[in-house]
Design a protein around this ligand. Structure first.
Ligand code: ADP
Length: 728
């Protein structure tokens, strides 16, 4: 899940980045095309404007020179001038009149440099201003001459440097002079037009229009160029735009020069055959779109910033999400690691505990074996012929040995309880039986010191409590033994039983020295002897510690009331319980349990609790063909089963000497008893326990407190299937 989320996070990042790139690209394309389209529109507009201004300039130039040409033509047609030229030979010229006409013509315009007349062969007849050195010379090589003679019409020449005074660059406007009434030429009237004046004219014109204007003649030679006057006769024929105009075509283009790109329009100037090129720098044209370009760029940048900010925010959110995911994953991992560590620690602790318990049981076994030898041989020694000193020594050895044995048993008990390995079998226990048994056990030591103990359990004890019979007896023996041990000689011990609020209290009162209030608080601590270790009274300081833990395990309570100098009362409380027989009597449908008959059978019941024995005995009243035998100890049961094999064994697991499990194993191991079915009866009904006992060979498992029907059914089942013939 965490991985999927992380993957979807990076997927989101990739998608966001992709969308952002697309958006930015679209924006760039939009901005670029907006600027380009508007630039193109402006440039197209500029081209049209430049073309128009070229056209207008061309008309103006044509007007200027065409006007000149017409002026010359009108003079050439003047009868007076025609008469003055005569037939063009020097003898027929009326020089004075011609001179006056030329002068008049020259004065009509300030930009006329020369006015002159040649005859039809190109020989100069007259010129103003006067230049006698060239009069009579042949100028038939001049363009104006060739132009007029070729077309027999007025002609404007290409640029040339005149031979007249000052040698300025000029173009000539020439017109034929015809003999009166004919079309036969007698001469040619020419005016030379100074190019610098044309230049001024063009400069003036282009300045007004904001364009640079270049004019060429019909050979492509510059006649006017922006900014400076023409000094050379270099040809611009190579310029493709001028070449196109020379061929009569108008061309508009964008030209790239070292000073920057220009928008240029070239047009032919009809009918001169000249060309005109108008140019504006493209930068100045596009200046008009600069505002738009700036606005578009600004908007595009703003949009890009917004998109970028959006993407950044998104990325940050995604990254935060990813970090949160990672942290979640990490803490989950940590948790899991912690759980694993905990499990390991628990396993280790359990292992250690098990090892400790195992060690303790091994140790106690190992210690008990040599102790048995010590105790046994010292007992034997006592019967030998010993002197008094030796006898005393042997008695000391025995006492020390017994003490050690007690110590080992009690340490083992405590460690078992603390390791949680104490197995208790909680069932209804007849208190009077157990109290009486405990009294029997302490009676000898009481008698030794003349201490009076009750003969048996008092009447109040005749009731049932919920307890483990074996452990309850251990508790009572401990308390009674202390009441005797810490009593004064010839003192007495009293026992009382009473019931209150569903609990039964057993009190054991002695007439000993009593226990101070301060000592009472330390009473139940292990190895706490409260000064008794300085007396002759034997003890380990473990008895009450074991007792209080046992009573805890039984769900009971323990306490003491004592007065120094008077004596002490130790008491325990246990939950009240109902007698099993009473339960049997109350069992619904008990009357319906039929009395059945069958082949004679023997059942051996190994059980230390008389109440349970009585119950089963009553139950088997309903099965007259079954004979019940009982054994109170495990060893006793094994012996009974081996000596005279029964048809069925009912086995209690919680026996005073051997564990029921061990008894079962022994019965399975012995060929004489191997085939006898064994029904285990126990208060411990955990599935693992049942499983284990079945694996060991138990035929059935009945839990306490008994379900009468189930118990009887199990007995019937096992008793009917067992075939005694299996026993060898
Ligand atoms: P042990 O008897 O082996 O010393 P216990 O745990 O049974 O150990 O008792 C702890 C101590 O409590 C005893 O050493 C003794 O001093 C004191 N004690 C126990 N029972 C009595 C009693 N009935 N009267 C006076 N003192 C007692």
């Amino acid at each position: 899940m965490g991985h999927r989320r992380a993957r979807s996070g990076s997927h989101l990042i990739a998608t966001t980045a992709f969308v952002a790139v697309i958006a930015l690209a679209a924006l760039a394309v939009l901005a670029y095309s907006a600027v380009t389209v508007s630039s193109n529109a402006v440039q197209g507009e500029a081209k049209r404007e430049v073309a128009a201004s070229a056209q207008a300039s061309a008309v103006a130039v044509n007007d200027e020179l065409g006007g000149l040409s017409e002026l010359v033509q009108s003079y050439a047609r003047r009868p007076q001038l025609v008469a003055e030229v005569g037939d063009g030979r020097s003898g027929s010229i009326a020089r004075a009149g011609l001179h006056a006409d030329l002068d008049e013509l020259r004065r009509t315009r300030s930009n006329i440099a020369l006015a002159f007349v040649s005859n039809d062969a190109g020989v100069l007849l007259d010129i103003l201003p006067e230049t006698p050195s060239i009069l009579g010379k042949d100028f038939s090589y001049r363009d104006w001459y060739r132009g007029v003679t070729a077309t027999n019409a007025p002609y404007v020449s290409s640029v040339y440097r005149t031979a007249a005074t000052g040698h300025p660059l000029v173009v000539a406007a020439a017109a034929p002079i015809f003999a009166p009434g004919t079309s036969s030429r007698v001469g040619i009237l020419v005016v030379a037009y100074r190019l610098d004046t044309l230049q001024d004219y063009v400069d003036h014109f282009s300045g007004a229009q904001g364009v640079s204007i270049t004019v060429t003649d019909q050979t492509g030679v510059e006649v006017a160029t922006p900014g400076s006057s023409v000094r050379t006769t270099s040809s611009l024929r190579r310029d493709p735009q001028i070449a196109a105009a020379l061929r009569g075509r108008s061309v508009v283009s964008v030209r790239h020069a070292s000073t920057g790109a220009t928008i240029a329009a070239s047009v032919p100037i009809h009918p001169l055959g000249w060309t005109l090129l108008a140019e504006v720098p493209r930068r100045s044209v596009l200046g008009r779109v600069n505002g738009l370009r700036k606005t578009v760029t600004l908007v595009a940048i703003l949009l890009a910033l917004i998109v970028g900010a959006g993407v950044l925010l998104m990325l940050r959110a995604v990254r935060r999400q990813a970090r949160a995911d990672r942290e979640l994953r990490e803490s989950r991992d940590e948790l899991r690691a912690g759980e694993e560590r905990l499990a390991l620690a628990r396993d280790a602790a359990e292992h250690a505990n098990q090892a400790k318990s195992e060690f303790l049981s091994r140790m106690s076994h190992e210690l008990r074996t040599p102790l048995n030898a010590i105790l046994g041989f010292s007992q034997l020694l006592e019967h030998d012929a010993l002197d008094d000193d030796q006898r005393e020594s042997v008695a000391l050895i025995r006492r020390a040995g017994r003490h050690l044995l007690e110590l080992i048993n009690e340490v083992l008990d405590i460690s078992r309880i603390e390791a949680g390995r104490l197995s208790v079998s909680i069932e209804p226990v007849n208190l009077a039986d157990v109290v009486t048994e405990a009294i029997e056990l302490v009676r000898p030591i009481a008698a030794d010191r003349g201490i009076e103990v009750p003969a048996r359990a008092p009447e109040g004890c005749d009731r049932f409590v919920r307890a483990d019979r074996h452990r309850l007896r251990q508790i009572l023996v401990n308390l009674l033994a202390n009441a005797v041990k810490y009593n004064r000689d010839h003192g007495r011990v009293d026992i009382g039983c009473e019931e209150a609020d569903g609990r039964v209290r057993v009190s054991i009162t002695d007439t000993g020295g009593g226990i101070s209030a301060e000592n009472q608080t330390r009473l139940f601590r292990p190895f706490e002897r409260l000064g008794a270790d300085e007396t002759d009274i034997e003890g380990t300081g473990l008895g009450l510690a074991v007792t209080s833990r046992l009573i805890d395990a039984l769900g009971g309570t323990i306490g003491v009331d004592s007065e120094v100098g008077t004596g002490s009362t130790f008491w325990i409380e246990l939950p009240n319980d109902e007698a099993p027989i009473a339960a049997l009597n109350r069992e619904p449908g008990r009357a319906e349990i039929p009395i059945t008959d069958g082949a004679a059978r023997t059942v051996l019941y190994v059980e230390d609790n008389p109440a349970n024995i009585m119950l089963v005995r009553r139950l088997l009243d309903r099965r007259p063909h079954i004979t019940l035998r009982t054994a109170k100890l495990g060893a006793e049961g094994i012996a009974a089963a081996t000596d005279s094999p029964p048809d069925l064994v009912l086995l209690d697991l919680n026996l005073p000497d051997l564990s029921g499990e061990l008894v079962l194993q022994r019965l399975r191991a012995d060929p004489r008893t191997r085939a006898i079915p064994v029904i285990v009866v126990s208060a411990d009904a955990t599935p693992t326990q049942i499983e284990r006992l079945r694996a060991l060979g138990a035929a059935d498992y009945v839990t306490k407190p008994f379900d009468i029907g189930a118990l009887l059914a199990a007995i019937d089942r096992a008793a009917s299937t067992y075939d005694g013939a299996l026993v060898p």
